[in-house]
Design a protein around this ligand. Structure first.
Ligand code: AMP
Length: 289
């Protein structure tokens, strides 16, 4: 496995792989790698011939009061994980390489970037879409892999790639969870034992509402009320939003929403000072008779 920090070196290795006819798969990450990230690597290995993992803690997607400086950066351990997983190339640029001082251009997806995560974290998605577009231009992959855990993020990136005619295929891979149900996240390491117990209510409430929706004849709006009611039982979890939305438009369900709509339940909240997100697709209830 190679690991490089400059765009020049990256281009040499990618150029060589492409010259030998290999399809390039890219897995963008912020490091502190866990099994969720590795599931993207495995998907990339399955579908492409040369897998590039990028590790970059992107300052432009953190708000001023967020955890940019504190975010874990265990680079050596991440490189070992990548080597053992059979990644071909790791690109771990520094901030100056990706955002030189004179960088003036940002890319934004209005609308989708302003709701839910975007309402709680202004400028977050502007940083995400900008860095992803930059990484796509640096790596020039055939296929790029994202996690469903960041549901709104992958939708925004799909919109950007479509709007800007970026020649890349996008794959979204399922959320990987710990055995207790907590969605894996690099930020889970911040949690104390009690905070983790509190955080578990996110995945538990989502599972509960999914089962209610799939097994009972309730409307999307009723399901949304159930989700909020369940979460209200855990006041230690400070909820940013808990909602059920159209899986394509992210518009919140209301009394008129049909049960046939593709839906996703989305939650975000703080356990202690750690902000976590999670989601579950809601499938159409089984029809009877
Ligand atoms: P991050 O390093 O947190 O920016 O995540 C990098 C990529 O890994 C993103 O596409 C995330 O959606 C994805 N990812 C993070 N956690 C998980 C998880 N638990 N399951 C699946 N994908 C994940």
């Amino acid at each position: 496995m190679r690991n490089v920090a400059t765009i020049q070196e990256l281009r040499v290795h990618i150029g060589n792989a492409r010259a030998s006819g290999k399809r390039i798969g890219c897995v963008p990450t912020m490091g502190a790698l866990h099994a969720g990230h590795l599931s993207l690597v495995h998907a990339a290995q399955h579908e492409t011939d040369f897998v590039v993992a990028t590790i970059f803690v992107n300052p432009t997607q953190f708000g001023a009061d967020e955890d940019f400086s504190q975010y874990p950066r265990p680079l050596e351990n991440d490189l070992t994980i990548c080597r053992e997983a059979g990644v071909d190339l790791v690109f771990h640029p520094d901030v100056e390489t990706v955002f030189p001082r004179q960088n003036a251009t940002f890319v934004e997806v209005p609308g989708l970037s302003e709701i839910l995560e975007g309402a709680s974290r202004p400028e977050h998605f502007r940083g995400v879409t900008t860095v992803v577009l930059k990484l796509l231009h640096m790596v020039l992959p055939d296929v790029v892999y994202f996690g469903r855990k960041d549901y709104q993020q992958q939708l925004l990136i799909r919109q950007m790639v479509c709007d800007l005619n970026v020649p890349v295929e996008i794959r979204t891979c399922p959320t990987v969870r710990d055995s207790d149900g907590l969605a894996m996240s690099s930020r889970n390491t911040y949690l104390s034992g009690t905070e983790r117990e509190t955080a578990l209510e996110l995945s538990r409430s989502l599972k509960h509402v999914r089962l209610q929706f799939e097994e009972h004849d309730i409307t999307p709006a009723e399901a949304c009320r159930i989700l909020r009611r369940v979460l209200a039982d855990t006041p230690e979890l400070s909820i940013d939003y808990a909602t059920i939305v159209d899986a394509e438009t992210l518009l919140e369900v209301d009394e008129t929403t049909s049960r046939d709509t593709d839906l996703v339940a989305l939650v975000a909240g703080h356990a202690g000072s750690t902000r976590l997100i999670d989601n579950q697709p809601l499938h159409r209830p089984r029809t009877t008779g």
